[in-house]
Design a protein around this ligand. Structure first.
Ligand code: CA
Length: 223
């Protein structure tokens, strides 16, 4: 699961990013609204944690613009204000939930888990199954039959992306954005290397990662 954190209080933002990464989330961080919006527009995230008061562009305006563009990524709004009007404003702008500062880390994590559980969303922290391959994304662990294998975080994110879209072609660019994040300077070649690792670890005949020439990869199930 990949999170975008848009928060201008740098110490808070960095502490949150640290905690979230320890929870096995992929995290990209930015300190202003304008950059945050650009990053969110890539649609590379499963969840956006958005502060309201931000330099260059206010959080609510970022949120409204994203929703106008059809970006439906769940947004958890962070706000220092706590009046009914503020809450209504936030929800009206398209926030899925909000958290009032200061908050306990535990509460933030609980809200993220709750948003991740919503059935309408694309991402879920539950296990995924295709063929006889069972993936537990929260523990980066794949089970095939009786055998469980630990994956690296990147391998797990990559497999998760493929398993959420079985039979569909996922481009290398989509993989780079979702697994490594937008600001990474990782090259396309890395995608190939990780696909190679994953293929070696997926010792099964029911599921295959196929190369779609010139496009990307597709997870195919065989009966
Ligand atoms: Ca702020």
């Amino acid at each position: 699961m990949r999170l975008l954190l848009i928060e201008d209080e740098e110490r808070l933002a960095e502490a949150l990013a640290f905690i979230l990464k320890k929870q096995n989330y992929g995290v990209d961080l930015t300190f202003d609204g304008e950059t945050g919006q650009l990053m969110a527009e890539s649609d590379a995230y499963d969840l956006i944690i958005l502060d309201r008061m931000l330099p260059r562009k206010e959080g609510l305006n970022v949120l409204r613009d994203l929703r106008k563009q059809g970006i439906i990524t769940p947004v958890l709004l962070l706000t220092a204000k706590d009046t009914v009007t503020d809450r209504v404003e936030g929800l009206d702008a398209g926030a899925d939930d909000y958290l009032i500062k200061p908050f306990a880390t535990e509460e933030l994590l609980a809200r993220i888990r709750a948003l991740a559980r919503r059935p309408s969303q694309q991402f879920l922290s539950e296990k995924l199954q295709v063929g006889d391959v069972l993936l537990d994304p929260s523990h980066s662990e794949v089970t095939i039959g009786e055998v469980s294998i630990k994956l690296t975080l990147k391998e797990s994110s990559l497999l998760e992306l493929l398993m959420r879209n079985p039979g569909q072609v996922i481009t290398k660019e989509q993989i780079l954005n979702r697994v490594w994040g937008l600001d990474s300077d990782v090259e396309m070649g890395n995608v190939e290397i990780y696909i190679h690792y994953l293929r070696k670890k997926l010792k099964t005949r029911t599921v295959k990662i196929e190369t779609v020439r010139g496009l990307g990869y597709s997870l195919k199930e065989y009966h």
